[in-house]
Design a protein around this ligand. Structure first.
Ligand SMILES: NC(=O)c1ccc[n+]([C@@H]2O[C@H](COP(=O)([O-])OP(=O)(O)OC[C@H]3O[C@@H](n4cnc5c(N)ncnc54)[C@H](OP(=O)(O)O)[C@@H]3O)[C@@H](O)[C@H]2O)c1
Length: 300
C-alpha cells in the first residue's frame, strides 16, 4: 500500500493518473498538489483516499512530499514568455530540493516526451530534456516515460467538423506520415502502474521508455476516425512546414510560436525524433485506438 504525491495534479496526465490510482486497491493515499485549490475536481475531493494540498513548482518550500513512497512530476509547458529551458530548470531544481527533504520517497516517475533525448532542435520539448537531466538520479528509483502525441489533442477537429464542408486542420504533413499517439487514459493507467511498482527492481535506473498507443497514426488516420464517428466526409487541411509559424501564431502565445514550429518539425519526415517512432527496447504500447478516444470526446 503506497502513498503517492502528484505534482502539478491539475495536468492532463496528473488527473488521469490520479483516477487510475484511486481505483486501485494498492493505493493507500494520493496527495494531489495544486497551485490553485479551486481546480480540484469534485470527484476527487469526495474520495476517501485523496488529499488536495496547495503547492507551486515555482517555489520549492511549498512542495511537501513527506510520507510519500513515490512522486509523479509532470513538467508543465512554459507559455508565459519566460525562457523555456531556464524556467524548466528552476522548476526541476525546486522539485529536486523538495525530494531531498522527503527521505520516504523511493521512486520518482517523471513524465517526459518523445524526443526528450535530444539536447537541440526539439522546440518546447526542451522542458522535458532539461527536467530529465536534472531529475534522472534524484531518488533511488527513477522511471521516465516518453509519451507520444496525446490523441485528445485532436478535439479541436469537432469544431471545424461543423463547417460546410466539414474540415479539420492538421500540422502533421504529409498526410500519410505516421507519428506515435496515445490516449491520456492509457497514460494514466500505465503511469499509475509504474508508481505502484515502487520498490520493485527496474530493468535500468533511470528507466526511460517510449509510451505510445497501439500503433502510430497519420493525418489520414485522423480523417478516417473522424469520418467513422461523424458519418460525414471530411477533408484534412494539411499545414505544410512553411505554414507552421502562421498556423501556431493564430493558436497560441507569440513567445512559443517558434518553439511549437521546432517541436512539430522534429516529428516530420527528416526531423530529429522520427528515428524513435518504431518500437525500441522497452517500448510500452497502450491499447486505446484513436477512434475510441475521439468517439468518447464526440459523445461527451
Ligand atoms: N500534450 C501532448 O501531446 C504531450 C505529448 C507528450 C508529452 N507531453 C508533455 O506533457 C507535459 C504536460 O504538457 P500538457 O501540454 O499536456 O500540459 P497540461 O497537462 O495541460 O498542463 C498544464 C497544467 O500545468 C499546471 N501548471 C503550470 N505551471 C504550474 C506551476 N508553476 N505550478 C503548478 N502547476 C502549474 C497548470 O495548472 P493550473 O491549472 O494551476 O493553471 C495546468 O493545469 C509536458 O511536459 C509535455 O511536454 C505532452
Amino acid at each position: 500500500m503506497a502513498q503517492i504525491s502528484i505534482v502539478p495534479a491539475s495536468t492532463q496526465a496528473g488527473k488521469a493518473t490520479i483516477s487510475a490510482l484511486l481505483s486501485d486497491e494498492k493505493t493507500a493515499r494520493i496527495v494531489g498538489i495544486y497551485r490553485d485549490l479551486t481546480k480540484v475536481p469534485s470527484e476527487f475531493i469526495t474520495h476517501p483516499k485523496f488529499i488536495a494540498s496547495q503547492g507551486d513548482i515555482a517555489s520549492s518550500p511549498s512542495l511537501d512530499f513527506s510520507n510519500s513512497d513515490a512522486v509523479f512530476y509532470i513538467p508543465p509547458p512554459v507559455y508565459d514568455g519566460s525562457d523555456v529551458g531556464e524556467t524548466a530548470r528552476k522548476h526541476a531544481e525546486n522539485v529536486k530540493e523538495a525530494l531531498t527533504k522527503a527521505p520516504s520517497v523511493k521512486r520518482l516517475v517523471l513524465f517526459s516526451s518523445m524526443g526528450s533525448q535530444y539536447d537541440r532542435d526539439i522546440g518546447i520539448l526542451r522542458v522535458n530534456y532539461v527536467s530529465d537531466q536534472i531529475l534522472k538520479d534524484s531518488v533511488a528509483e527513477v522511471v521516465i516515460p516518453r509519451p507520444g502525441y496525446f490523441q485528445e489533442n485532436w478535439q479541436h477537429a469537432f469544431q471545424t467538423l461543423k463547417l460546410d464542408p466539414p474540415v479539420f486542420y492538421t500540422p502533421i504533413s504529409p498526410a500519410s506520415h505516421k507519428i506515435p499517439m496515445i490516449s491520456i487514459e492509457d497514460i494514466g493507467t500505465i503511469c499509475a502502474q509504474k508508481l505502484l511498482e515502487v520498490g520493485q527492481p527496474l530493468l535500468s535506473n533511470p528507466h526511460f521508455f517510449n509510451l505510445y498507443g497501439p500503433r502510430n497514426y497519420s493525418s489520414l488516420d485522423v480523417k478516417t476516425a473522424l469520418e467513422e464517428i461523424s458519418g460525414k466526409a471530411i477533408e484534412p487541411i494539411v499545414i505544410s512546414k512553411d505554414q507552421l509559424a502562421s498556423f501556431f501564431a493564430e493558436r497560441g502565445p507569440p513567445s512559443v510560436v517558434q518553439e511549437m514550429v521546432d517541436m512539430t518539425t522534429a516529428a516530420l519526415p527528416g526531423g530529429i525524433m522520427v528515428e524513435t517512432f518504431d518500437d525500441e527496447d522497452g517500448t510500452v504500447r497502450g491499447t486505446t485506438e484513436l477512434v475510441e478516444t475521439l468517439r468518447k470526446i464526440y459523445q461527451s
